[in-house]
Design a protein. Structure first.
Length: 139
């Protein structure tokens, strides 16, 4: 069965596309496609809607509006090995994020891809003035 490699292996694709994808896994992608490429991952909850890949470097969420779905609804990383083409990654300063025209409030900076409900977007959770977590999700 396709990319059944270890879920702790390092990802080959390390690109973050804001509001779209992380490591080659895209929002809206069918779960069957993710599992064919990367294996089943490690389930982090009983219902199986939160799955860890690459030794916890990427978390894929299949929950949306309190319902388990069959497609990628959110991607979460705290690993500095993933980065955008412009170099934004875990550890990037709040000041450097300004080039992306993010909206910052408290400990979060947001980049909305659209103004409609449930539009894809990106949340940068800040820790000590630097990006500590990146979430690509439907807002």
């Amino acid at each position: 069965m396709g990319g059944s490699g270890s879920s702790s292996a390092q990802p080959k694709n390390r690109l973050i596309v804001l509001g779209e994808s992380v490591g080659g896994i895209s929002l809206g992608e069918p779960r069957t496609s993710v599992e064919k490429l990367f294996g089943r991952g490690k389930s982090m909850e009983r219902e199986g809607g939160v799955v860890s890949y690459f030794g916890g470097r990427l978390v894929v969420i299949y929950w949306f509006h309190d319902q388990l779905t069959r497609r990628v609804e959110a991607l979460v990383t705290r690993w500095s090995g993933f980065r955008t083409r412009s170099g934004v990654r875990i550890g990037t300063s709040r000041q450097a994020l300004r080039a992306l025209r993010v909206t910052c409030r408290g400990g979060e900076c947001n980049l909305a891809a659209g103004r409609l409900p449930d539009a894809p977007g990106t949340i940068f959770t800040m820790r000590h003035g630097k990006v500590g977590q990146i979430d690509i999700l439907y807002s």
